[in-house]
Write a protein that binds this ligand. Structure first.
Ligand SMILES: Cc1ncc(COP(=O)(O)O)c(C=O)c1O
Length: 416
């Protein structure tokens, strides 16, 4: 029988359904030389502790020899689980045992494992709207029925969630990114955290609290985690934004029975996360002096860049209502909202298309939309642009917008 020419390798039903990440497609355009990219989601490479990682690799190999290169338990190496348990205990203000910690290959794997063990096809999963695209993709891959709940400046609208629960919605899970949310930068207010914990208890669902950005605060730390007031939480943490994403070391902390099932699922996915990288991260997290200094530098880097982006936008797009980020890597702005009476909204995908030839890129809001349109919004990352370049990036963005208000919209690039 002849193969279908559009699918010569007869990909599985699931693979054919999965779409490539919009962000990945966008990055291909945004990374051209000369483009000031506010589109990337990558952390600042100039802040990676390169030398220190090198020194720790050498020290781990010297101390552990071949053991550092051997397979290890799926759950992770003991020193890493111990230091994660210790840090988590401090954040949650209660004892946390190593059996509550599972090391994962990035928190992206944590999301996949959660989907594998907690979601049956068609199960409802409530999720931030707009929300982290990687969570949307990971949960959809397990055939979750995603229901978006709006996020405002105080995070997930738990009042809206409660209304839907009262109306009969029965989620299996609620995914939220409560600190400096990707894409909005919102920080979930303390009363919403306790409200969500109470709803999880009353309506019998689990919360996935995904927190890669919580340490990257500018003026003060975010409120206590949801997991501090609820035992119905799987908390995902990662070394990706704290140290470096290429290490692929992250962790899930939660009810031991849930983690045990995740560990079984992980066995079939990758057996374990890299032994050497786990030991390196364990040593870096255990060195409090190093970590404090490193975090201080990291926060200063992102704070300075966020301020420069806000200043650039204020100068060149003064009519755009911009809330200054309180931490993290992202600013969410209504860049396409009408500025003059009689003018319609601009789709931020058109703004991207108009911006690329002018040398600036943003991620259109539609990339993060679950149920509600976010077309006139865009995510602007300040993580990797030098402070001195923000005025020019903002000027180019303003020029792209001006071109759209005076000329017909260009064709979209990318599948956005
Ligand atoms: C909200 C959120 N969760 C998870 C991840 C994935 O991080 P990791 O590198 O730990 O897989 C990201 C990465 O950008 C993210 O923004």
């Amino acid at each position: 029988m002849r193969a279908d020419s559009t699918d010569p390798y007869r990909l599985s039903e699931r693979a054919r359904r999965a779409r490539s990440s919009v962000i990945r497609d966008l990055l291909a355009h945004a990374e051209r030389p000369g483009v000031l990219s506010l589109a990337g989601g990558l952390p600042a490479p100039d802040a990676f502790p390169v030398e220190r990682v090198g020194a720790e690799v050498a020290a781990v190999l010297a101390e552990l020899g071949p053991t550092a290169l051997q397979y290890c338990r799926t759950e992770g190496v003991d020193p890493l689980r111990a230091v994660v348990a210790q840090r988590t205990a401090q954040a949650w203000d209660r004892a946390v045992g190593v059996e509550e910690v599972l090391v994962t290959s990035g928190s992206q794997q944590g999301l996949d494992l959660v989907g594998r063990i907690l979601v049956d096809p068609g199960d409802v999963v409530v999720i931030d709207d707009p929300g982290y695209l990687g969570a949307v993709m990971a949960l959809r891959a397990h055939d979750a029925r995603l229901v978006g709940v709006p996020v405002d400046a105080d995070g997930l609208r738990t009042d809206v969630l409660e209304d839907r629960l009262r109306a009969g919605l029965r989620p299996r899970l609620c995914y939220t990114n409560p600190n400096f949310q990707n894409p909005t930068g919102a920080v979930m207010a303390p009363d919403r955290r306790t409200h969500l914990a109470a709803l999880a208890e009353r309506y019998d669902f689990l919360v996935v609290e995904d927190d890669p950005y919580g340490d990257l605060w500018f003026d003060g730390p975010p409120p206590a985690p949801i997991a501090a007031v609820s035992d119905r939480v799987v908390a995902l943490g990662t070394g990706s934004k704290l140290l470096a994403p290429g290490l692929r070391v992250a962790w899930a902390v939660g009810p031991p029975a849930v983690l045990a099932a995740m560990a079984v699922a992980k066995q079939s996915v990758d057996l374990q996360s890299g032994t050497l990288a786990q030991h390196v991260v364990a040593r870096l997290l255990a060195d409090r002096g190093f970590l404090a200094g490193h975090l201080e530098r990291l926060r200063a880097t992102y704070r300075d860049r966020a301020h420069a982006l806000v200043a650039g936008l204020t100068t060149h797009l003064p009519d755009v209502d911009v809330a200054a980020p309180r931490g993290g890597m992202f600013l969410w702005a209504p860049v396409g909202q009408p500025t003059h009476p009689g003018q319609g909204p601009i789709d931020s995908a058109d703004l991207l298309a108009a911006g690329l030839p002018l040398g600036v890129a943003v991620v259109p809001g539609s990339a993060f939309a679950v149920d509600r349109p976010a077309d006139s919004w865009a995510r602007l990352s300040f993580a990797t642009v030098a402070v001195a370049d923000f005025p020019e990036a903002a000027r180019r963005l303003a020029a792209a917008r001006a071109a759209l208000t005076t000329a017909p919209a260009p064709a979209h690039v990318s599948p956005v």
